[in-house]
Design a protein around this ligand. Structure first.
Ligand SMILES: [Zn+2]
Length: 456
């Protein structure tokens, strides 16, 4: 039996903060109490460090096909970068292709991911073609593969479904005990805007922002919430960016609807000014959908976090290199959509939320680890420090300062959206299932040991 003892740390979980030691046996946490004196193979002194659950990022796109290219992090490089930043579990998306089965999507993603991840991972399935077979397959994947969450889109030719189809997916998910997530943008509004800009020669990157107006997000959010209430199905809005959409979420939550919201660090830290850079490649670094918004939206998101209306910080990690971004700079709709972030999420959010705005440590753990684990069916193994849970633990120095840069990050992308930003708070050690895998920014692991997680 392999044992690890973490001594003298300040243990932070969603339900409290205490001085305690943690004993780990064969990758699982077995006890937490002051002054554990059992012999162990390895003992770590966590004095002056915060001891928190490993991060759970439920929104990543590793090796995502985008036309004839892929997002630049593979499951291997992306999950190793995640570990460096304290994230020990990811949930990525297997996207159905219209005309094909969910099975095909799932197996294509498993070919890329299985055996190649340094973190544990799950897969959501994005449902883009709703028919009898798809609905039957939702049953199969729920019970057979532990896929408890189904993503939907109301925009984009390849992904879009209509409201009646969304209702059918919700009805099925409700019957199964699963959850539906939504990329909330209205396709009709987006198509009209794009067409207008193409016709009038407005094709540079700032029009990406103007082609994805807040109203498109608000409309899709409101319509999906109405359906979710009618079908009594839990609904999770991914990458929320704007105040008006959030207002719909808040009023539904106040009426008791099971509506959850996620936002991402870039929407909390950056704003739309990035798109007005005369250097179009600089602007292209920030092209993702929905786009960055104005400061008023950003402040509303922060308020939503502090008031408990936003439950999860995800990243929507989907990096493209500068050479991938560089093609077609004069036709904004052809610039690959996505921004890196999986490695930065915990440290950057800690700095912005805890240091700068005074969020409590327990809320930090809820937003980055426990809530995502709970909402997506990992409640009893991830996101918490308690007996029986996987020993995914980070030792975090709240006072160490460092500078974010593409020269030092581990993500396979040659720019950082946060280049040069000085932040306080750093993961000093990352423990993955009882093993120290990152120590002072060095990886101690030689090959991927993550497994696929069947969720419940
Ligand atoms: Zn995404």
């Amino acid at each position: 039996m392999r044992t690890l003892l973490i001594k003298n740390g300040t243990v932070v979980t969603h339900d409290g903060i205490k001085q305690a030691d943690i004993l780990v046996k064969d990758g699982k946490i077995t006890s937490i109490s002051p002054n554990i004196s059992e012999n162990s193979n390895q003992t770590i002194d966590a004095k002056k460090l915060l001891v928190m659950p490993g991060g759970v990022d439920v929104h990543t796109h590793m090796e995502l096909p985008a036309g004839d290219i892929f997002s630049s992090d593979t499951f291997e490089t992306g999950t190793l970068a995640a570990l460096h930043g304290g994230t020990t579990t990811i949930i990525d998306f297997a996207n159905q292709t219209k005309g094909q089965s969910l099975k095909k999507a799932f197996s294509r993603w498993q070919e890329r991911a299985n055996g190649k991840t340094y973190t544990d991972y799950g897969l959501h399935i994005a449902v883009t073609d709703v028919n009898d077979n798809t609905l039957r397959e939702m049953d199969e994947f729920f019970s057979g593969e532990g896929v408890t969450s189904f993503k939907t889109f109301l925009a984009y030719e390849h992904n879009k479904i209509n409201l009646e189809n969304l209702r059918m997916v919700m009805k099925k998910a409700k019957e199964l005990g699963g959850i539906v997530s939504l990329h909330a943008e209205d396709g009709g509004i987006l198509e009209k805007k794009l067409c207008e800009f193409q016709k009038t020669g407005k094709t540079s990157p700032e029009y990406h922002y103007l082609a994805h107006p807040e109203i498109a997000e608000e409309k899709a959010t409101a319509e999906a919430i109405d359906l979710a209430i009618k079908e009594d199905c839990p609904l999770y809005i991914v990458h929320l960016t704007s105040k008006k959409a959030l207002d719909h979420i808040i009023s539904a939550q106040k009426n008791g609807a099971k509506i959850f919201a996620e936002t991402c660090p870039h929407y909390l830290v950056l704003n739309k000014e990035k798109y007005y850079n005369p250097d179009h490649l600089e602007a292209a670094k920030f092209i993702m959908s929905p786009p960055l918004r104005c400061d008023e939206d950003r402040e509303a998101l922060w308020e939503g976090i502090f008031n408990g209306h936003i439950q999860v910080i995800g990243t929507d990690h989907c990096p493209f290199t500068l050479s991938q971004k560089k093609k077609n700079l004069s036709e904004f709709w052809k610039i690959p959509n996505g921004i890196p972030g999986v490695e930065n999420r915990m440290e950057l959010f800690f700095h912005e939320a805890v240091n700068r705005r005074g969020l409590s440590l327990t809320e930090f753990v809820k937003l980055c680890s426990q809530n995502p684990a709970k909402i997506f069916g990992l409640e009893n193994i991830k996101g918490h420090i308690a007996p029986g849970f996987d020993a995914d633990i980070i030792l975090f120095d709240p006072n160490e300062e460092h500078i974010l840069s593409s020269e030092t990050h581990h993500m396979n992308v040659d720019y950082s959206p946060y280049e040069g930003m000085k932040i306080k708070g750093r993961c000093k050690k990352v423990i993955f299932k009882g093993k120290v895998v990152i120590d002072d920014n060095k990886s101690l692991i030689s090959h991927p040991e993550g497994i696929y997680l069947k969720r419940t």
